[in-house]
Ligand binder design. Structure first.
Ligand code: B16
Ligand code: MG
Length: 216
């Protein structure tokens, strides 16, 4: 059984479904710019940083640096607009219970989110105080699928990477957790997170004992 000492939670798509608001923001921008975009294309943007997401959305279309920055800011404005009514009611079922479960085992808990809005979202959800550390879009230069963000979260907690479980809903996030040498738990469909050594359909289904029992 692994010597687990911490759980690092992705935020968007794991603790709350802001993934839907990100999608709506990108869709609105794409429509305004006349760029073909839909929910299927949006799947590739899950867990990916804002600038990387815009590059994927533009799909090779060349724009000036200024126009690029304006588009990224415009999308973020839409996203923040959609978040205005966010409250603890937007926590996904089972999310807080899972954090509490980890803490009751004496483990540390951290946020490992690519979002630069993570602080705002955590406050709106009323869960900032639950966490021992927050690593977000401001913490590192190289975004997921690079391991940097999760390694930063582990360093903030003072826990070695191999003692960390990561809960992720994105393909790039699972890649980042594996690259960090952590125990990756994917939340969502096989097509998206099937490459994680552990997978559950929803956050509510996550069973930490099962993760421990099925990890060497
Ligand atoms: P922002 P996570 C990610 O958060 C989102 O999944 C992704 O859709 C978003 O583009 C990224 O944060 C950056 O967010 O524009 O707010 O800085 O899943 O890593 O918690
Ligand atoms: Mg996510």
């Amino acid at each position: 059984m692994p010597d687990v000492r911490a759980v690092i939670f992705d935020l968007d798509g794991v603790l709350t479904d802001t993934a839907e608001y990100h999608y709506r923001g990108w869709q609105r921008l794409a429509d305004e710019e006349g760029v073909p975009f839909d929910r299927e294309k949006n799947e590739a943007l899950r867990g990916v940083s804002r600038n990387e997401s815009l590059l994927l959305l533009l799909d090779g279309r060349e724009v000036s640096e200024e126009a690029f920055a304006e588009m990224a800011a415009r999308k973020n404005g839409y996203y923040l607009e959609y978040l205005q009514d966010m409250s603890p009611a937007d926590l996904l079922p089972g999310a807080v219970a899972l954090v509490e479960d980890a803490k009751a085992r004496g483990w540390k808990v951290a946020i490992g989110s690519s979002s630069k809005n993570a602080g705002f979202v955590l406050d709106a959800l009323g869960i900032t105080e639950l966490f021992d550390a927050v690593a977000d879009g401001h913490s590192v230069d190289r975004a997921k699928p690079e391991p940097d963000l999760f390694l930063e979260a582990a360093a903030m907690l003072g826990v070695p990477p191999e003692s960390c479980v990561v809960i992720e809903d994105a393909e790039s996030g699972v890649d980042a957790a594996i690259a960090a040498g952590m125990i990756a738990v994917g939340v969502g469909p096989e097509e998206r997170v099937g490459h994680a050594p552990h997978r559950f359909a929803t956050v509510e289904d996550i069973d930490l004992d099962q993760v421990l029992d099925t990890t060497d």
